[in-house]
Design a protein around this ligand. Structure first.
Ligand code: ATP
Ligand code: MG
Length: 432
């Protein structure tokens, strides 16, 4: 049986003049009478294959002439240096087999964004999309490694829920047999319950938000990395965030140089992503915004424009701490040193990217939580179980949620969050 080699392994340790076998998909092809130049792509890279009449059976040569872009192929041939070829090497074919022919490919060089989105199932094969998916996998692997080394246990919270975490307006409601239920916006409350068994937990799940406004940083379905930690205050929570994010970025810098080149992402600024990150109080940020000409009152949440203004000159992420209560959720812990505010922090990515994490210390005082639910007209019934957590051995604890597509968007320097996920879901799109 032929043993196929990955293109990347051939390019990194070339087997000059030896016969090698590869398989993949035709990425580009042109022919001039007696010779076909086909670039073949596999999951690891691309390499030029030269198919010359006379060097292989004629039917195979003819197959190579007519094989169109995205046909899957198997090739054996000898490997040679060739300065003109991408990557500097070529394979001179001794055999060429089309495994699955391709119909005329609907995606050509200049295409509208709509066409690319309609053909997402094909577009994800592009080198840029492939590079993004690899960077995302490496960011997640970096997080999991760091979490494993720091005593976190991965858990699997539910997606069907009856309680809201982040406010009613963005909830997706559905019929759950004869009852109403929602798709989860956040695993936070379930993670809070799990710290009483496991102390430090995390989960990576889809979160759903019926975001009606179209922005370049909101999806309706995104992958949420959430942590919850017993015995940790807001400062400790920030330390966990900055160390984990630094470890995630460091792993990409170490392992994904080639992908960052494909994405034309200058990696220099990412080298500044090292804990500790700056901490600035919300109030100071409001002053800064005023000095930049913004007319934003104390108590208003920071939107994309404000976050851009705050972070455009930063090179590393920045924490904004102590948001006023009116712009955050009821479960956060009041700051005894400034009771207008919560012990919370959003982590903003630099150079204008904005929020990638929202986190806080959680309120442990049962009466305060009940009072806030009442003030905000939120029915208590779905939260009965959550309130119990404050009745049976409550402990100080904190946690946060990181939008994995947000960190990918920043690390890969993407214009739009939809390119940080293979099948983006937005108001306008659930196909393919
Ligand atoms: P934003 O103000 O940007 O809408 P948020 O305050 O609603 O964010 P949280 O509820 O704190 O966000 O959620 C935690 C994290 O999940 C955010 O920091 C962000 O990284 C990510 N996130 C939130 N909403 C979305 C979304 N619609 N699409 C992608 N990621 C999201
Ligand atoms: Mg939001």
């Amino acid at each position: 049986m032929t043993s196929f080699l990955s293109i990347c392994s051939l390019l990194s340790s070339p087997r000059l003049e030896e016969t090698v076998a590869i398989r993949g998909w035709i990425y580009r092809t042109r022919s001039s009478g007696k010779i076909v130049f086909a670039t073949v792509r596999d999951s690891s890279g691309i390499i030029q294959v030269t198919i010359k009449k006379g060097n292989l059976p004629n039917v195979q040569f003819e197959a190579a002439v007519s094989a169109s872009i995205e046909s899957s192929v198997e090739v054996t041939g000898t490997m040679h240096k060739d300065e003109r070829a991408p990557g500097g090497y070529e394979i001179r074919a001794l055999s060429f087999t089309v495994v699955g022919p391709a119909a005329p490919y609907p995606i050509t060089e200049y295409q509208s964004e709509e066409l690319l989105l309609d053909n997402r199932h094909l577009w994800i094969r592009s080198r840029e999309q492939t590079a993004v998916m690899k960077v995302k996998a490496t960011l997640l692997a970096g997080a999991r490694e760091w979490l494993g080394e720091n005593d976190f246990t991965e858990v699997t919270p539910p997606i069907f829920t009856q309680n809201a975490c982040e406010g009613g307006v963005t909830l997706f409601k559905l019929k759950y047999f004869d009852r109403d239920a929602f798709l989860s916006q956040s695993a936070q409350m379930y993670l809070e319950s799990l710290i009483f068994a496991l102390e430090r937990v995390y989960s990576i799940t889809p979160s759903f938000r019926a975001e009606k406004s179209r922005t370049p940083r909101h999806l309706t379905e995104y992958w949420h990395l959430e942590l919850e930690e017993a015995w940790v205050d807001n400062e400790g929570n920030m330390r966990i965030q900055e160390e984990m994010v630094s470890a995630m970025v460091a792993k990409v810098l170490k392992e994904r140089k080639e992908e960052m080149e494909i994405l034309k992402r200058d990696i220099e600024p990412l080298k500044a992503v090292q804990a500790p990150f700056k901490r600035v109080r919300y109030e100071k940020m409001i002053d800064l915004l005023h000095s930049k000409g913004f007319d934003i009152p104390f108590g208003a949440d920071l939107g994309a424009v404000e976050e851009r203004a705050i972070t455009e000159e930063e090179v590393a992420p920045v924490f904004v701490t102590n948001f006023p209560k009116e712009c955050k959720a009821f479960y956060m812990k009041e700051d005894p040193d400034d009771p207008r505010t919560y012990k919370c922090a959003d982590l903003l990515a630099p150079l204008g990217f904005g929020e990638i994490i929202g986190g806080s210390e959680r309120e442990t005082d049962l009466n305060k939580i009940i009072q806030r639910l009442e003030e905000q007209n939120i029915p208590q019934d779905p939260y009965r179980w959550y309130l119990d957590l404050r009745r049976y051995g409550s402990v100080p604890h904190s946690g946060f949620g990181l939008g994995t597509e947000r960190i990918v968007k920043w690390v890969c320097n993407l214009d739009h969050i939809r390119d940080a996920i293979p099948y983006p879901r937005t108001v306008a799109r659930v196909y393919p």
